[in-house]
Design a binder for this molecule. Structure first.
Ligand SMILES: Cc1cc2nc3c(=O)[nH]c(=O)nc-3n(C[C@H](O)[C@H](O)[C@H](O)COP(=O)(O)OP(=O)(O)OC[C@H]3O[C@@H](n4cnc5c(N)ncnc54)[C@H](O)[C@@H]3O)c2cc1C
Length: 416
């Protein structure tokens, strides 16, 4: 059982998915004290996933989708401060210092600082025409660039890189993707699912180069003209998107002496070793009941569920966080959904026929279902989330029956 923290003045640093949800759930849960939400970006908090999807699609809407309407914050007495960055924490006086000169006292502090893009340390990385994608500003610049580009190079076949590659193909230019690993989405997907993803992009006309990292960018008069890969191959491009992953934003926590190991270290109730400070979302590393290890997730589900969870803890209902991780990605016609967290060594069993383009890879650990990767099979995904939350699992052998249906299995009464 985790002890109840004090909850008079709550300050939330970071107005992304996690921070906004924490503030919302705190007020909705009955918290009556002041809530201040500090966001470094100078805009109303918005949804990040559309930035690499609808926002980039030809004819798509370039308007940001707000996380909450503008009046929501005033109506809920949430003091939203946008365009303001927290620069230091004084844990002794329990004060946050802001770059506009303000000092905010807190009784409870929630760190929801998210993550920032990693930039490969190679020559030419600062040339004009090289884009990253994390913020609305990044997305606006990328969208404008895509509408003019004749050849696009994407560095990194992760989720953001592949979503941008699919959107770029839809705009018309030639698209090349360089990926250092031997398959796309290597950290997130089984070999079977990743193979299908690679095929979908190649069929769409993308030149997907596996086992090749970027060694240097080339340019003329300060503008990118292409890149040279680790294999020595030269690629021409007038627009580059670097999608080589993110690093958690932990500088504030680390400078205040909080432990950081690939994320701000929190316990199972999402609290740091300082009982007045919690951390949630992309910036936090928590012990997972699903893997038995410490993990840091980068997903909307994780950010919003942890935001809700931390609000409950602040309100006195602290309990271990057990949310089932899930994720989605849209890459052209491919709708990819993942429930659960993979570990190396999980056993893969196919559900459905990859040749149809609609199948799932079910992963088992010690004979129990732990992950379902669904490609254009949304019903499997929804069933998987229900099964994983209930701790239910089909026998792996049952999936080999072509008539087996995960959705039907999830409807069967649980056997004690
Ligand atoms: C292009 C893109 C597409 C994505 N697509 C998907 C998807 O399809 N599905 C999915 O599940 N996930 C997706 N994600 C991931 C998902 O958006 C993140 O996991 C989620 O945004 C994490 O929320 P967060 O609140 O932890 O962090 P963030 O959303 O990064 O928010 C953190 C905020 O804190 C602010 N901040 C940081 N430090 C300070 C400071 N010192 N002072 C003040 N403010 C500060 C930052 O400016 C930022 O606004 C995508 C991400 C990107 C970038």
């Amino acid at each position: 059982m985790c002890p109840r923290p004090r909850s008079e003045r709550v300050v939330v640093i970071g107005a992304g998915h996690a921070g906004v949800q924490a503030a919302d759930a705190l007020r909705a849960g009955g918290h009556d004290g002041p809530i201040t939400l500090v966001g470094g970006e100078p805009v109303l908090p918005y949804q990040r996933p559309p930035l690499s999807k609808e926002h980039l699609a030809p004819g798509g809407t370039p308007v940001p989708l707000p996380l909450r309407a503008e009046r929501f914050f005033a109506d809920r007495r949430i003091d939203l401060r946008t365009g303001v960055t927290a620069t230091a924490l004084d844990r002794t006086s329990r004060t946050v210092l802001l770059d506009d000169g303000a000092a905010l006292p807190y009784d409870v502090l929630v760190l929801a600082t998210g993550a920032a893009n990693r930039v490969p340390a190679v020559p030419g990385a600062d040339l004009a025409g090289i884009h990253a994608l994390r913020t609305l500003g990044d997305a606006q610049a990328l969208r404008a660039g895509l509408s003019r580009a004749r050849s696009v190079l994407v560095v990194g076949a992760g989720f953001v890189g592949l979503e941008v590659a699919a959107a770029a193909r839809a705009h018309g230019p030639a698209v090349t993707v360089l990926e250092a690993a031997d398959r796309p989405l290597a950290r997130a997907l089984s070999r079977e699912a990743a193979g299908h993803v690679a095929e979908v992009h190649r069929r769409a006309g993308t030149d997907l180069r596996l086992g090749e990292a970027v060694a240097a960018f080339t340019g003329r008069r300060g503008r990118v003209t292409g890149a040279v890969s680790s294999a020595g191959t030269e690629y021409r491009a007038d627009l580059v998107l670097v999608g080589t992953g993110v690093a958690p934003r932990t500088a504030l926590a680390a400078a205040a002496g909080l432990p950081v190991v690939d994320g701000i270290v929190v316990d199972e109730c999402l609290r740091t070793p300082d009982p007045a400070i919690y951390a949630v979302g992309d910036c936090a590393s928590h012990p997972s009941v699903h893997t038995g290890t410490r993990i840091r997730l980068e997903s909307v589900q994780n950010a919003t569920d942890q935001g809700r969870h931390v609000a409950a803890a602040i309100l006195g209902g602290a309990r271990p966080y057990t949310g089932v991780p899930w994720f989605w990605s849209h890459q052209g016609a491919l709708k990819l959904q993942i429930a659960g967290v993979r570990l190396p060594g999980d056993e893969n069993v196919l559900c459905g026929d990859p040749a149809t383009g609609r199948f799932s890879v079910c992963r088992f650990r010690d004979g129990r279902l732990v992950v379902v990767e669904s490609l254009n099979r949304p019903a499997d995904h929804m069933a998987a989330r229900r099964l994983l939350a209930a701790g239910r699992s089909p026998e792996p052998g049952r999936l080999r029956d072509p008539a087996f249906c995960l959705k039907e299995f999830a409807r069967e009464p649980a056997v004690a």
